[in-house]
Design a protein around this ligand. Sequence first.
Ligand code: GAP
Length: 446
Amino acid sequence: MTTDQAPHVTMDEITALAKRRGFIFQSSEIYGGIGGFFDYGPLGAILKRNVKDAWWREMVELRDDVVAFDSSIIMHPSTWIASGHVANFSDKMVDCRNCKHRFRADHLASLAKCPDCGRSDTLTEPRAFNLMLQTSIGPLEDSGARAYLRPETAQGIFVNFKNIYQSARKRPPFGIAQIGKSFRNEITPGNFTFRMREFEQAELEYFVPDDGNDLASYAHWVTARKKWYSDYGVREERLRFYELSENERPHYAKAGTDVEYLFPWGWGELESIAHRGTYDLDAHMQLSGKDLTYFDEVSKSKYTPILIESSAGMDRTTLTMLVDAYDRETVSDAESGKKTSRVVLRFHPKIAPVQAGVFPLARNKAELVERARSIERGLRPHVRTLYDEGNVGQLYRRQDEIGTPFCLMVDYQSIDDGTVTVRERDSMRQERVHGDALRAWMAGRL
Ligand code: GAP
């Protein structure tokens, strides 16, 4: 990390703000929590939904070559044999015999000394640990009933490839997209919602013919994903597209890029984009004995399409939006000139959980309350609004901390001439806008 990229916030500050303002809570907190699981509070649930909607809009709704999909979390256990997860989806773990702490072997600098208790020669040999979470189906918990919670959503798409292209009447190049929960029994969950055991993925599987344009299609998706992060305001200097070298990629992959964000602890992967060849469809054809090739009616020929995959973590992207938006600055009070510090989340207006806060200047003045409530009701079908009352300074401070781009204050002048004061979050500039013009004014800025 270079000095100009020194963290602008600590994870403790993010975790505290996330709890205080209702973005993210530890799961089952009253029972002491459970490692690797989190709950999204009232604002976090909206923020994450907005992130998913933004992905869906760009990757599915605005394209005529991508169709939607939603597969089950539990699939036939053979799925995971074909995909290689049963044999290979494991991390090496190491335990300390003294302090009983558990580590991922690849996270340790050496196996000589425990990094937690400092004792030497107490670490076990690394042992492979399969990361799939198991469950059992039906009343008997024997091995015949064993099933897995999917560790990625992609396999649901692969096994349905034929059902989808036939029913949707699609011809490669075309894509299948889904957003859904995935589960991995991570050895060391951590860094808040970065490494979880239950998380959500947004995956696009894009199938192309073997006509020599496969690498161009891969490059198209890398560019499209760059634009997406940029459109939602993720700071360019904290985002990198790391191109994997040949020995960093699986043997069947012709190209791969990891999208990484500079978190307070360092670079962390948000998404992987990969050219996976015909590996996945081939594997399922081999084990199932079923034909998943594409029959081209025009050329009357049959082939296995090449796959370009974009797989993004929605919890990691939501965390990125929170971290990236965080800012602390010193501001002077407009009237007294007194300097204070404020925390502000500079969310892109499209993903901000609340887009307009509406308040009366005084909560005990019925006219003001009535007018503010009526303005809020009028805007609600068009903009994500929130009505609140209280001390003006505190109202603004609260909205800054949850990243609301606009605050509308109804004051005495509002009763006289129908205007309200609109305060803009980032510049804190205020201007008067007529109540009847508010909707159009917002539309131009959201
Ligand atoms: N189908 C390809 C695939 O699953 P991956 O790189 O293993 O690829 C894709 O996962 C994305 O899913 C990651 O870039 C990350 O954003 C998210 N992800 C993976 N494991 C995660 C975890 N334990 N917690 C939160 N997100 C995770």
